[in-house]
Design a protein around this ligand. Structure first.
Ligand code: SF4
Length: 397
């Protein structure tokens, strides 16, 4: 297990940066953390992150859930988790009335850290009236078409692929990513193009462009220069883009450094997709609970459960019926819908292609769960701008 990077750090960053973030994130729980002494803040982060780790293990690992039923003390000890039984036992005794104060704090903290609703509200602030109106109509359509999941769709206005394809090849990939073919590298020429493209998008869409992110049918860590592109995104648009990777143990030092840097820049949430209980254990060996305090764990294994809180109940996590899982899921509950959350421009930097897209319910005709209204290739930032203007005029009037 890795040690904390520096003794003065609380998790990945120092107390000053952590307090700055907590103030910006501004929820009731996080605000109250700001008033704690350094030692108490360290303690609070530690307690919360270990509780988070317990719940992740509970959701991902079926054999851990079974072991808890027979001997909770031993199961917790063997899993190396630092939680008190009395703080978590309501999970398997199903006594919601006796939910511990620690667990209540944790759930409140988790709620405040939900990030997608913020991206959704930033996306709504576009300075472009035609885009704003078009996006509102897309939201109305998805609400009618997919009421069960519509609230989860942020309808962000732009998304960038920094690779062509993805090396991971997840069997559940809801957007059916092709295999990895090439990357957009951070050469001087490409860096110049990237910066000017971000400026074009900012000029076109205003603040809303900062809700974008830099992966789609790609895994961010496939691109060895991802961090430099993300840092430039923050420089130009003011928000460090959130990262989700399904390769959490492939480049541990690189990932640790990315998580640290993004936290220092105020990034509220990054996520690790977990493909199996073994992968989760490897993640836990590599990263301390405190290092992952602000990192979401997204269970993707078939035996994963979700916990409903009141009353506590564990149910098999549903899969979205889209992409490679379309029509193939047998052992899990299935939700018709999509994971596509962009209503706007999907831009691939390798192929220099731009598509105007919006989420829809996946069907045999549209298995990836998004409509492509238009598609073109660009050569530079000026041509990108004129294509965006044309697409807006043609499709959003
Ligand atoms: S789910 Fe993500 S990581 Fe997995 S194949 Fe699809 S794009 Fe790649």
């Amino acid at each position: 297990m890795s040690a904390s990077l520096f003794s003065s750090n609380i998790g990945l960053i120092d107390a000053v940066s952590l307090r700055q973030n907590l103030k910006q994130w501004a929820g009731t729980q996080t605000q109250s953390w700001c008033d704690l002494s350094d030692a108490a803040l360290q303690q609070r982060l530690s307690t919360t992150s270990h509780l988070k780790r317990f719940l992740e293990k509970y959701c991902v690992d079926r054999s851990f859930r079974e072991a808890l039923q027979s001997n909770p003390g031993e199961a917790i000890q063997q899993a190396g988790l630092a939680v008190a039984i009395q703080d978590v036992e309501s999970l398997w005794t199903h006594q919601s009335g006796t939910i511990s104060e620690t667990l209540q704090h944790f759930f409140a903290f988790g709620q405040e850290r939900l990030h997608w609703s913020e991206l959704r509200s930033i996306s709504a602030q576009s300075s472009h009236a035609k885009y704003r109106a078009w996006r509102s109509r897309r939201i109305e359509r998805t609400q009618c078409e997919m009421p069960a999941i519509a609230a989860n769709l942020a309808h962000v206005p732009v998304c960038f692929e920094l690779s062509q394809g993805c090396s991971v090849g997840c069997s559940f990939c809801a957007i059916s990513a092709s295999s990895l073919q090439n990357n957009f590298y951070y050469t001087p020429e490409n860096a110049k193009l990237w910066r000017s493209m971000l400026q074009v998008l900012q000029d076109l869409l205003g603040t809303a462009a900062s809700a974008g992110f830099c992966y789609w049918a790609t895994d961010p860590l496939d691109n060895p220069d991802y961090e430099q592109f993300a840092a430039e995104f923050h420089d130009v648009l003011g928000i460090f883009p959130q990262t989700t990777t399904a390769q959490p143990t492939k480049y541990p030092e690189r990932l640790r450094s990315l998580l640290k840097h993004s936290l220092e820049k105020g990034c509220k949430l990054n996520r690790l997709s977990i493909l199996s209980a073994k992968t989760l254990d490897r993640v836990y060996k590599e990263f301390t609970a405190e290092e992952l305090a602000f990192v979401g764990i997204v269970p993707q294994n078939p035996e994963a459960v979700v916990i409903t809180q009141f009353p506590f109940k564990a149910e098999l996590a549903p899969k979205i019926n889209a992409g490679r899982t379309f029509g193939t899921v047998r052992k899990q509950p299935v939700i018709d819908g999509t994971i596509a959350c962009v209503s706007g421009f999907l831009i691939n930097l390798v192929t220099r292609s731009i598509q105007l897209i919006s989420p829809c319910k996946a069907t045999p005709e549209v298995p990836r769960g998004y409509i492509v209204y238009d598609e073109e290739t660009f050569t530079d930032s000026a041509s990108l701008r004129s294509i965006c203007d044309r697409m807006i005029d043609q499709h959003m009037s």
